[in-house]
Structure formats: structure tokens, C-alpha cells
Design a protein around this ligand. Structure first.
Ligand code: AMP
Length: 197
């Protein structure tokens, strides 16, 4: 199964993708996680990406497309994957099409978590508090001001990606404001419809 999770930062993509990993045994390919790992390891990609990520901007298409192209070649991605946080621009969506086409692969579903953006800052503040209480590191870009910049980047560059898939009849919208278990249930239903189609 090959899936894409779309939705603004803080919509719950990571949480829901992790549940699908547990259920279907396919890896979650989060470009945010991959970039954070590159920053932590101090790789050339990490060095280029760090300042942009800290400021809440988007890392260049070239870098992100490169890391996804490498990642989907790895053995665990052969049976499928969930893309979380990618594609984030039209150029990335088009590059992904080319990557899949060259391998003769198809997407099974594109799920878009739709949320009320006015509630997202509260969610992100809570996410930071929960991480802190659990003794986990708090993401630098979960600061409310940086978060606003991330949301602006989403509305400017990423909001067009949903309609790109919608035009092809591949998009399923999911109400991401419901409780986490209800969202998971809606996703399970959407995936069973996609599996039949
Ligand atoms: P995320 O964990 O998905 O919220 O991503 C954290 C940060 O990583 C984003 O704010 C961007 O700076 C960068 N990033 C992650 N995925 C992408 C992408 N597909 N394109 C550009 N930048 C990305």
C-alpha cells in the first residue's frame, strides 16, 4: 500500500500515520523526521536545512526530492509506504509522479486531514507541553511564532497539492477535528474503499 498524508502542520498526520504503520507494517516516511535526523547528524543536507527549518520555511525541493528518492529505494519501502509531510509543493508532487512512474508503481490513496486552522496554534502549544512533561525534546519549530510561519508556508505552497490529486479522483478528505480514534476509524474506512477501488 502506498499512501500520502496531506494536511497542515499540527493536523495529526504523524499520529495517524504511526497507527497505520502499526496496523499494516509499512514504514512511515516523514520528510520532517528525515530532515531532523540529518540536522542532528550534521550531514551536508542537515547543515543546509537547519536554518530554514528553525525559521519555519520550506527546505528546497531539490533536497527533499533527493532524500525521498533515496528512501523509497530502501528494502523496507518495497512493500509500500506512507508519505508524511511530502509532497509539500507542486514540484514535489510532480517529481513523486515521475519517481513512481519510473518504477511502475501507483498510489493507493491520498488522505487529506482537514482542520480548523484557528485551532492549530492551541494544538501545537499542547504538543510542546506534552513533550516537555514527558521529558522529550520540544521541537524548536513548535514555538507559536514559528508555527505561524509554517502555516503560512502551507497556505502559500502546499494547499495546492490536495487539488492536484483531487482532480484525478485520488483524494479523500478526512475531518481531522474529530477525536483521534474517530479520525483513525474514518481513515480505516477510506483505506478499505481505496483497496476495493
Ligand atoms: P514536519 O515535521 O513535516 O512538520 O516538517 C518540519 C520542517 O521540515 C518543515 O517546517 C520544513 O522546514 C521541513 N520539511 C519537511 N518536509 C518538507 C518538504 N516536503 N518540503 C520542504 N520542507 C520540508
Amino acid at each position: 500500500m502506498r499512501l500520502i498524508f496531506l494536511g497542515p502542520p499540527g493536523a495529526g498526520k504523524g499520529t495517524q500515520a504511526a497507527r497505520i504503520v502499526a496496523k499494516h507494517g509499512i514504514p512511515q516516511l516523514s520528510t520532517g523526521d528525515m530532515l531532523r535526523a540529518a540536522v542532528a547528524a550534521g550531514t551536508p543536507v542537515g547543515q543546509k536545512a537547519k536554518a530554514v527549518m528553525d525559521a519555519g520555511g520550506l527546505v528546497s525541493d531539490e533536497i527533499v526530492i533527493g532524500i525521498v528518492a533515496d528512501r523509497i529505494e530502501e528494502a523496507d519501502a518495497k512493500k509500500g509506504f506512507i508519505l508524511d509531510g511530502f509532497p509539500r509543493t507542486l514540484a514535489q508532487a510532480e517529481a513523486l509522479d515521475r519517481m513512481l512512474e519510473s518504477k511502475g508503481l501507483k498510489l493507493d490513496a491520498v488522505l487529506e486531514l482537514r482542520v480548523d486552522q484557528t485551532k492549530l496554534v492551541d494544538r501545537i502549544v499542547r504538543r510542546a507541553e506534552e513533550a516537555r512533561a514527558a521529558g522529550q525534546p520540544v521541537r524548536k519549530d513548535d514555538d507559536p511564532e514559528v508555527f505561524k510561519t509554517r502555516l503560512e508556508a502551507y497556505n502559500r505552497d502546499t494547499a495546492v497539492v490536495g487539488p492536484y490529486y483531487e482532480k484525478r479522483g485520488q483524494l479523500t478528505a478526512i475531518d481531522g477535528m474529530k477525536p483521534i480514534d474517530d479520525v483513525s476509524q474514518a481513515i480505516t474506512e477510506a483505506l478499505s474503499v481505496a483497496a476495493q477501488g
